[in-house]
Write a new protein. Structure first.
Ligand SMILES: [Zn+2]
Ligand SMILES: [Zn+2]
Length: 398
């Protein structure tokens, strides 16, 4: 989305890469974005479909994001062998207003499956816009949205709101309820509980850490999972490898090691291996833990004693669109072949339709501008007046 002021100053809110675009595809920045004039770009949160076009933005355009978001964007890029060479300007407070030219921006830390996600209040020239980015009200940081709904910014002209879950019919449970389900699964499983989840979904990592604690297990992540936690944990209560969180372990495998050696980060591997949290497939082979598992790790685990057995469980804790149970190479199919129990335990990173309606009502904007989501023609929930804009269509706040 582009916000333009009468002065000609421009803000771009997010520049995302379509999730289905091949990794090597370029030239994805919409032609409606005029790259010949200056602009500032703000990334609301570190999900690819919000920042993935960073390399296509003119080098002289300043880029802004939350501090930890910037860290996660760098980590993701480095993982694929790249590097973000440009400067990312970050706001230091998670709620204090700052200026970009004549615009005043107030970031509101929010509840989403991505870490360090923000809503952005944009003020200037007597107008007020609130961009929700992606959000929900059933995660571990729901209180942030609740507080905002109790004391909403006054006089919002336009609310740019996501609507991913409109008409999806998806059941939405809280992370706390999900935690209870994982505890139950752990109690019913004699062997390991292997879980496929996104290492950058820190809410889920916390859910699993707490479930491990409640069921007398350890939570085991791989080097990448440990890397993510190390980069964001400072100043938060989030578990990270080290004495303070003795139930968190890091499994070191030849594959994981190679990935970090390629990035020239042998020191990180050594630190993880010797810092007390390090463990191995062999050591884990006869224990009872909750273990992070991506499809690409299954064969590597099995090579040294950590294959699936009929005593184990495999939980898929990700968006169902990422799971093809018929694919014989999937963790799911391999677990089934070994006789392990397979379950889906997940909750959405996005607000339910009811939560969207309640949020829009609390913000009481003059109009809602839909972003994200496909069911806006017939959203099925009560909303303030909606202004539909086609891609590239300009609209002036009255
Ligand atoms: Zn999104
Ligand atoms: Zn998102």
């Amino acid at each position: 989305m582009e916000v333009a002021a009468p002065s000609g100053e421009r803000l771009l809110l997010d520049a995302g890469r379509p999730l289905d675009a091949p990794r090597e595809a370029t030239g994805l920045l919409p032609a409606t974005v005029d790259t010949s004039r200056p602009a500032n770009v703000i990334f609301s949160h570190p999900h690819m479909d919000h920042w993935g076009l960073i390399d296509e933005l003119p080098g002289e355009w300043p880029i802004w994001s939350g501090e930890k978001s910037a860290e996660l964007m760098r980590l993701t890029t480095e993982l694929f062998g790249g590097r973000i060479d440009r400067d990312i300007r970050t706001w230091h407070s998670r709620s204090a207003p700052f200026a970009i030219g004549g615009f005043t921006i107030t970031p509101f830390l929010t509840d989403h499956s991505a870490f360090d996600a923000y809503m952005l209040l944009i003020e200037g020239w007597g107008r007020k816009l609130l961009y929700t980015g992606d959000f929900r009200t059933h995660g571990r940081k729901a209180v942030l949205v609740e507080r905002m709904m109790e004391r909403p910014p006054q006089g919002i002209d336009a609310l740019m709101m996501e609507g991913t879950n409109l008409r999806s019919g998806k059941p939405v449970i809280t992370e706390k309820e999900l935690e209870d389900q994982f505890v139950e699964l752990a109690r019913d499983t004699p062997g390991h509980v292997f879980v496929q989840w996104s290492a950058q979904n820190i809410d889920r990592t916390v859910t699993l850490y707490r479930a491990a604690k409640r069921s007398g297990r350890t939570l085991v992540v791989d080097l990448y999972g440990a890397d993510v936690l190390e980069r964001v944990a400072d100043g938060t209560g989030i578990p990270r490898p080290g004495k303070e969180f003795d139930l968190l372990q890091v499994v070191i495998t030849p594959c994981g090691k190679r990935m970090y050696e390629r990035q020239g980060r042998e020191d990180f591997v050594t630190r993880m291996a010797t810092g007390g949290a390090g463990t191995s497939r062999r050591k884990l082979s006869d224990g009872r833990a909750i273990i992070m598992l991506r499809d690409s790790m299954v064969a590597d685990f099995a090579k040294d004693g950590l294959g699936f057995s009929a005593d184990d469980a495999y939980a898929f804790s990700n968006w169902s669109g990422y799971l093809d149970t018929a694919d014989p190479r999937s963790g799911w199919a391999q677990a089934e072949r070994a006789g392990a129990r397979t379950v889906r335990l997940h909750t959405s990173g996005h607000a339910s339709p009811e939560a969207l309606a309640a949020f829009a009502a609390a913000m009481a904007p003059k109009t809602v501008l839909p972003v994200h989501g496909t069911a806006w023609d017939d959203p099925g929930i009560p909303l303030p007046p909606v202004t539909r804009l086609a891609d590239g269509e300009a609209w002036t706040i009255p």
